[in-house]
Design a protein around this ligand. Structure first.
Ligand code: KG4
Ligand code: ZN
Length: 344
């Protein structure tokens, strides 16, 4: 069923044409270069740029897919969570298209789209149900037990910062720019080793499946402040060691919670999604779990880790086929993650 996907929840303007897991086009245009100097996404700039880029991105997505607007059978759009102004730009376009083309509309939860994004992989790298799902993005960290597309139980989520947010904040403290994930990932690889700084890992009690990343971020801040006071400042080797030690501790927290959830649910498959799923060390650590157990681990291809419309189109179509419908009163739900939108 040809589906036009639209994603504008943060700083990526993206439009796709999909037919189930077949991606005919997936165009992404980011305003990240304009946010860099502020050390994070500026909501108004993101919204303005969506309005500027949107028609060009839509045209390119149609051109790449060799289809016309009239060929579309469904319009799927992210309606939360995210930045309210940014979400509204995509929703406005989606509603206008649905109204003028007389095609059905379905609102899609961005976090759940990340959760199921591995289904866009090549056929032999797509998961099957049931599985344990881990979403690690800039705004969210959440663990799910998934029985079927759209049927997931939330097992745990972050109580403060998301893991991607912690990467971004640590990068800001170290003066490495925004977004922080890729640069911290690279710097950690350059650390010489043997200098693992002991940043605290927070597990929130022995049975908890929730996450907390604000403590480790603050520990990095204090560590850097102390280094500066000594008068030596921050050398490149310090930065690499800090990135390495932060990353090891943060990812160990994730892996420990996943293993707790595996024990609880007896899951045989783990599926990871979201921007932090691009992290090379997380892939290594999860790969290690697979190598000493019969567990199968699935990551989305890199292009489907970051925000993209193809994952919205894919989930939108699957949910539509299960009976989900939105109408022209569809509104932005910036807090969809905390409003029970992830299941209970
Ligand atoms: O899923 P995403 O594109 O947007 C949200 O829904 O938030 O995730 C963006 C996040 C940012 O925090 C970014 O720093 C992080 O993903 N990220 C990474 C890597 N690449 C992107 N974090 C760790 N390692 C990476 N290689
Ligand atoms: Zn995202």
């Amino acid at each position: 069923m040809l589906t036009l996907g639209i994603e504008t929840s943060c700083d990526e303007t993206s439009v796709s044409v999909t037919d189930e897991a077949r991606v005919l086009s997936n165009v992404v245009s980011s305003s990240v270069h304009l946010h860099k100097k502020y050390g994070g996404v500026v909501p108004e700039i993101a919204s303005r740029l969506h309005v500027e880029y949107m028609i060009e991105v839509l045209s390119k997505a149609l051109e790449d897919s060799d289809k016309d607007l009239g060929d579309m059978k469904l319009i799927a759009v992210t309606n939360g969570p995210g930045l309210v102004g940014a979400l509204l730009t995509g929703i406005s376009l989606a509603k206008s298209l649905s109204y003028s083309l007389k095609k059905p509309l379905v609102g899609v939860n961005h976090i759940l789209a990340h959760l199921y994004s591995s289904f866009l992989n090549e056929r032999d790298r797509r998961p099957s149900f049931p599985f344990l799902g881990l979403v690690v993005s800039g705004g969210h960290t959440a663990l799910f037990h998934c029985e079927d597309i759209g049927s997931q139980r939330l097992l745990g989520s972050t109580q403060d910062d998301a893991v991607g947010e912690a990467y971004d904040k640590v990068a800001k403290i170290l003066g490495l720019g925004y977004p922080g994930g890729p640069v911290v990932d690279r710097s950690a690889r350059l650390a010489k080793g043997g200098t693992n700084i002991n940043f605290p890992k927070s597990y929130l009690g022995k049975d908890s499946l929730d996450f907390s990343f604000s403590g480790i971020k603050t520990a990095v801040l204090y560590y850097v402040q102390k280094l500066r006071v000594t008068g030596y400042g921050l050398r490149v080797t310090d930065i690499n060691d800090i990135c390495y030690s932060f990353q090891e501790a943060a990812l160990d927290m994730l892996v420990e919670k996943v293993m707790r959830a595996v024990e609880l649910t007896k899951a045989k498959r783990i599926v990871v999604g979201g921007g932090v799923a691009a992290n090379s060390r997380l892939r290594e650590k999860m790969g290690r779990i697979a190598s000493f157990s019969s567990m199968k681990i699935y990551f989305p291809e890199l292009k489907y880790c970051m925000d993209n419309a193809a994952m919205i189109g894919y989930l939108g179509e699957a949910l539509y086929k299960k009976g989900n419908r939105s109408d022209l009163y569809l509104s932005a739900e910036p807090n969809l993650a905390s409003a029970g939108g992830l299941g209970t």
